[in-house]
Design a protein. Structure first.
Length: 248
């Protein structure tokens, strides 16, 4: 199906779970055409089925953002199906919590390759589509860990500080091309993230003191709100904490 001038297309990496998956659901409700990318093809296929049943136009593309050919394939498939893209949500990434002395070097390497190099590949091959359209929105997922460093979180924080630097450079590069760049830096959002990162039981509750965490739907709602701002208004960075989260 070719894209009409009224219909927008969004590419979401890391769409198989968490913020990526919930943002896909939110944008589908708003009649955005969707290209859902992740390594876990079974999950994004199931999400496409769910969204299609809602009447959405959606497709899945298996993609490992660490692999340049895989990222090229993602945007080639996007072009073949929808012509171009208007929204790019570079959400793929994961955390790993361990001290520097005790850290698993392979997990460090996988995290750095995904959170930094994978982001750069996504932007290198995805952003030109938005420039080609003459306008667009790019969202980068940072974290409060990209602003506050703690013991055990140093390497993850390093990747998110890098995301902030990349995002600011991209903002400057895209500003006169009518492409807005928004860095989202959530605090505690309950998802699979904590299990993958290896958080100890009760660790998150120590941060929250029994108060509610953010939900993935809260971040999806913020993405939707930013997209509705007038084109001359660019919300470049947002730190989004649960109200009860004191530190970090």
């Amino acid at each position: 199906m070719e894209q009409t001038t009224e219909t927008k297309t969004a590419v979401i990496t890391g769409a198989s779970s968490g913020i990526g998956r919930e943002t896909a659901r939110k944008l589908a409700e708003e009649h955005v055409q969707l290209v859902l990318a992740a390594r876990r093809k079974d999950r994004i296929d199931a999400l496409v089925d769910e969204l299609t049943a809602m009447g959405a136009q959606a497709m899945s593309v298996q993609c490992d953002v660490r692999d340049e050919d895989s990222v090229k394939h993602l945007f080639a498939e996007t072009r073949a199906r929808f012509g171009a893209a208007d929204i790019l949500i570079a959400n793929a990434g994961f955390g790993y919590r361990e001290t520097i002395v005790d850290g698993d070097t392979k997990r460090w390497k996988d995290m750095i390759d995904t959170n930094i190099f994978g982001l750069l590949l996504t932007l290198k091959y995805g952003a030109p589509m938005l420039v080609e359209r003459g306008q667009g929105d790019i969202f980068l997922l940072s974290s409060v860990a990209g602003h506050v460093v703690g013991a055990g979180g140093g390497v993850y924080s390093a990747t998110k500080f890098a995301v902030n630097a990349i995002g600011e450079a991209l903002r400057q590069e895209m500003a006169r091309k009518n492409v807005r760049v928004t860095l989202l830096a959530p605090g505690v959002v309950i998802s699979e993230f904590q299990d993958v990162a290896g958080y100890a039981p009760g660790f998150v509750n120590n941060w929250l003191g029994g108060t509610p965490p953010l939900e993935t739907a809260n971040i999806a709602e913020i993405v939707s709100t930013v997209l509705k701002l007038p084109r001359h208004v660019s919300l470049n960075q947002m730190i989004i904490r649960p109200t009860g989260q004191v530190n970090p």
